[in-house]
Write a protein that binds this ligand. Structure first.
Ligand SMILES: Nc1ncnc2c1ncn2[C@@H]1O[C@H](COP(=O)(O)OP(=O)(O)O)[C@@H](O)[C@H]1O
Ligand SMILES: [Mg+2]
Length: 252
């Protein structure tokens, strides 16, 4: 069974798609990985970031199906030629989808049978999707299908306040925070204090640099930014846990 890592953010533009892709790309150096663009806002970008030619394939083709099988999902996956162990399911092109609280339970049967060791789901700003029932329900659906839930946050104080509000409302179980630091660590103490005070159930899993030059280079070259030590800092370098040992993932 694959390890499912969900990556989301509280508000677009904080680097979550880039991080999800770096993660999938780096892990695919040695392991088979599937990256799924499940950002339901309608601006699927994961495939664009590796200049993937995907024709008409994409997650939107699965919307009519109640229980999505592994086969159906694999039919939407595109191999990434420059990264042979990586397959990618492109996201929505110009139309928005349901909240992930509705999509993920239907995707669960497919995720349970994929041959990949690691599945990385880009969920975009799922907790703020206008068509969700409630962010609490969305958070529960995410936790249900994920072994790990990474929430990517930018460290600017205004965005952090907003992120805390959204995460408090969602009460996302088992969320791990990945903070992108734009001030070379100058806000680190404040971040630690804010998390301890307002989000006591959330673990700060990684602090990574907000580096515009590197991000622009990755975009221009269509080669995801490599983040040194990323898999180690997220404890994803080791082999996938055996079924049953999975941290937090509940069976269907
Ligand atoms: N670590 C980073 N440092 C600097 N800029 C970044 C970083 N990650 C992403 N960006 C840039 O920020 C913008 C939004 O990134 P993206 O990954 O699409 O965010 P999101 O998926 O949260 O909306 C893009 O222009 C991207 O190049
Ligand atoms: Mg995104």
């Amino acid at each position: 069974m694959s390890t499912v890592v969900s990556v989301l953010t509280t508000k677009d533009g904080q680097g979550s798609t880039s991080l999800a892709l770096s993660l999938a790309w780096t892990a695919a150096e040695k392991r088979r990985v599937m990256a799924i663009d499940a950002d339901m806002s309608g601006t699927g970008t994961l495939a664009d970031l590796v200049s993937l030619d995907f024709g008409s394939r994409g997650i939107g083709n699965l919307f009519g199906t109640m229980a999505i099988s592994g086969n159906l999902l694999e039919q939407q996956a595109v191999s990434v030629r420059s990264r042979p162990r990586l397959r990618l399911v492109p996201g929505l092109q110009g139309f928005s989808g349901p909240g992930v609280g509705e999509l993920l339970p239907r995707l669960a049967p497919a995720l349970a049978v994929l041959p990949e060791e690691l599945v990385v789901l880009d969920l975009g700003a799922a907790l703020a999707h206008p068509r969700q029932e409630s962010s609490r329900r969305t958070g529960q659906a995410i936790a249900q299908i994920s072994n790990r839930v990474l929430v990517v946050l930018h460290d600017s104080p205004a965005r952090l306040v907003k992120s805390i509000q959204i995460l408090k409302a969602a009460q996302l179980p088992q969320a791990e925070l990945v903070v992108l630091e734009s001030r070379r660590g100058a806000l680190r103490d404040q971040i630690h204090r804010a998390i301890a005070e307002h989000l006591p159930g959330h673990r700060l899993s990684a602090l990574l640099p907000w580096d515009e030059r590197r991000a622009a280079k990755a975009e221009d070259s269509a080669v995801p930014a490599s983040v040194p030590g990323l898999l180690d800092s997220l404890r994803l370098a080791e082999a996938a846990p055996a079924p049953g040992e999975a941290n937090g993932r509940k069976g269907p």
